[in-house]
Write a protein that binds this ligand. Structure first.
Ligand code: AGP
Length: 622
């Protein structure tokens, strides 16, 4: 939930760091700071606010510095402020940190007893002070770092440098994402790929418990073992292959532009419009021969034969995808599916047996609660599959198997294209599982597969409602609250629509099963209250019509999403039409107008749609 960057090489470090921070600002934007080493030793510039606020306090022209670190913060300990902004420093040792040090209070007490006077309220500040303290007790710098890391409990991705050795840059990973960018004669570190894509496409994904020591000519990976050990895990020499056991250098096929806005005013709108392509990309490798999918994921026919239950855990929008999956998998594969919010799943007695399959769904692959749930399931002996969007993320490396969504970098804090990519992956799993379990005959499977092939085109058509959603958003923008209703497989879509509206427009909204209206929420209906109803033509259409009538009879303002507009135009205040589709695939289309309605409500309410208040793209803390 913070973004850290670092650079060592031949370029002027400050512009590189600032460019990297700008591209990571979606990870947190409460405060920002940089530190660099030049002829005057270490210089630190930091401030509450955004990257642009930091830019205002930087020296011009950029100082001659070839090494530096940077940080953009999402506050966890200590309010957003100048003093709590990173980097933090002690004795010429500078640290930037993403994560939470759980035992920082004890460490702070210990350091204070040694005479340390803390300059901030953060947990992070204990780190440079501990390193300095260990050095004062005689440990060399690298050993002092390792000793400090053995003192820490919690999650961290760290960037460390010291003015005593300005030719080295340290990056450490334990529980928070951290990647190393490999240039020609330069190295970068960052919390996420978009930071330095314009400089390199080659990355090393650090594992938990690894430290990378970078100098201009090489990067050395070491395990975090007690001070004094230095078992190298291999060296990367830019431009040359690493040593035999050298760390794996992954070439990412994202272009810098993919991580840019490409002409849209907001990443969120760009990503909504990318959905036809990202759904297509996610299905591409499976559609021609879907039956190979589960085998290639390590889910063997023998496992499927013994499979008795699926467990799916996720958070937020990914949880809504999991709810949709329950309807589809139970309908097509007749397999019981338990879906849980990850933060609930991990803290209760989970009834998981060895012959269960556990699926985590996570765009970032770094959501703390989802990772914890996945680890719990693994401990109980379940086979763990993660549906994830980020190559090399923690979830993707800890699960027994990974099904990557191919949505590309999702920069907007509100998840849109990742959601429909998750639906695509889950639909394929449901179809193949149904076939393997003899519950879905080949003809039915082929019908669904052929509809999936057409889905990108159908999503394109659904996107044509944008102008209408903007006009509706203008009419509802002053609303204090809204209701979203849906039945069956579209109940999770009502939940997703409500979440999108809340997190982007700050209008309170609640998703509800339409059949539950009479059990309480109908008391909320009053004149002019906007109620969005997802009402596709299916076996639940008539019952949903009754709900619409109940709302209208009490003065509510009904906005209907449907593939059957004729019967509704006289009844509803607004009718947004989407193309017809098989019920199991209707969520792909019904969610599109809800994403656009939320987007335009946010814009018309004057919000920063890509960086909504209080939110961050990846919730890597519990
Ligand atoms: C979605 O719009 C939200 N930003 C949030 O609920 C998100 O879906 C949730 O934090 C889960 O993130 P993940 O998919 O990266 O695990």
């Amino acid at each position: 939930m913070c973004g850290i960057v670092g650079y060592i090489g031949g370029r002027s470090a400050l512009p590189v760091l600032m460019d990297g921070l700008k591209r990571l600002e979606y990870r947190g934007y409460d405060s920002a700071g940089v530190a660099y080493i030049n002829g005057n030793g270490i210089e630190i510039k930091k401030t509450k606010g955004r990257i642009e606020d930091l830019r205002k306090i930087l020296p011009l022209p950029a100082p001659e510095a070839k090494i530096g670190v940077g940080h953009t913060r999402w506050a966890t300990h200590g309010a957003p402020s100048d003093r709590n902004a990173h980097p933090h420093v002690c004795g010429g040792i500078v640290v930037v940190h993403n994560g939470i040090i759980e035992n920082y209070r004890d460490l702070k007490t210990r350091l204070a007893s040694e005479g340390h006077e803390f300059a901030s309220d953060t947990d992070t500040e204990v780190i440079p002070r501990l390193i300095s303290s260990h050095m004062q007790k005689g440990l060399p710098f690298e050993d002092a770092i390792k000793k400090t890391l053995s003192d820490l409990r919690g999650s961290y991705a760290l960037g460390i440098m010291s003015q005593e050795c300005p030719e080295k840059l340290y990056a450490v990973r334990n529980g928070s994402p951290l990647i190393i960018g490999v240039g020609l004669d330069e190295f970068f570190f960052a919390s996420d790929i978009p930071a330095f894509l314009q400089f390199t496409k080659k990355f090393i994904f650090l594992e938990d418990g690894q430290m990378c020591i970078m100098s201009r000519g090489q990067a050395r990976l070491e395990p975090l073992e007690p001070a004094g050990s230095s078992k190298s895990m291999g060296v990367v020499i830019p431009g040359k292959t690493g040593v035999e056991d050298g760390p794996k250098v992954v070439e990412i096929d994202w272009t810098p532009e993919m991580a840019e806005k490409e002409g849209y005013d907001y990443f969120m709108l760009k990503e909504i419009y990318e959905q036809p392509g990202t759904v297509r990309d996610t299905m591409r490798e499976w559609l021609d021969n879907p039956v190979t999918m589960l085998d290639s994921l390590g889910i063997t026919p023998k496992m499927i034969l013994g499979l008795t239950r699926l467990h799916i855990a996720a958070c937020g929008t990914s949880y809504h995808a999991a709810l949709v999956a329950k309807y589809i998998i139970e309908a097509l594969a007749h397999m019981p599916v338990d879906v849980e919010i990850a933060s609930e799943f991990r803290h209760r007695e989970q009834l998981i047996e060895k012959n269960n399959l556990f699926i985590s769904i996570t765009q970032s692959g770094e959501t703390a609660d989802t990772l914890a749930a996945q680890r719990e399931a693994s401990k109980k002996g379940a086979f763990t599959l993660t549906i994830c969007n980020v190559v090399g993320s923690t979830a993707s490396r800890e699960a027994d198997s990974v099904l990557y969504t191919r949505a590309g970098p999702e920069i907007g804090v509100a998840s849109t294209k990742a959601f429909t990519a998750q639906l695509a992956a889950l639909c394929l799993i449901a179809i193949v599982l149904g076939m393997k379990r003899g519950r879905l005959i080949a003809a039915e499977a082929e019908t669904l597969i052929s509809q999936l092939r057409k889905m990108p085109l159908l999503i394109e058509k659904a996107l044509a409602c944008e102008q209408q959603t903007m006009e509706i958003a203008d009419r509802i923008k002053g609303s204090r609250s809204m209701l979203y209703l849906g039945r069956g497989i579209n109940y999770p879509i009502a939940l997703e629509g409500a979440l999108k509206l809340k997190e982007i427009s700050y209008i309170h909204a609640e998703g509800y099963p339409a059949g539950e209206m009479k059990h309480g929420p109908i008391a909320l209906i009053e004149s002019g209250l906007p109620v969005v109803v997802v009402a596709p033509m299916n076996n639940l259409f008539e019952k949903t019509l009754s709900n619409i009538e109940e709302v209208k009879a009490r003065g509510g303002r009904v906005i209907v999403i449907t593939d059957e507009p004729l019967g509704l135009r006289a009844m509803a205040d607004e009718v947004i039409e989407v193309p017809p589709a098989h019920t199991a695939l209707s969520p792909f289309l019904n969610v599109i107008p809800l994403q656009l309605l939320a987007f335009w409500s946010g814009v018309l309410n004057g919000n920063d749609v890509d960086k909504p208040r209080n939110l961050a793209k990846s919730v890597t803390v519990e």
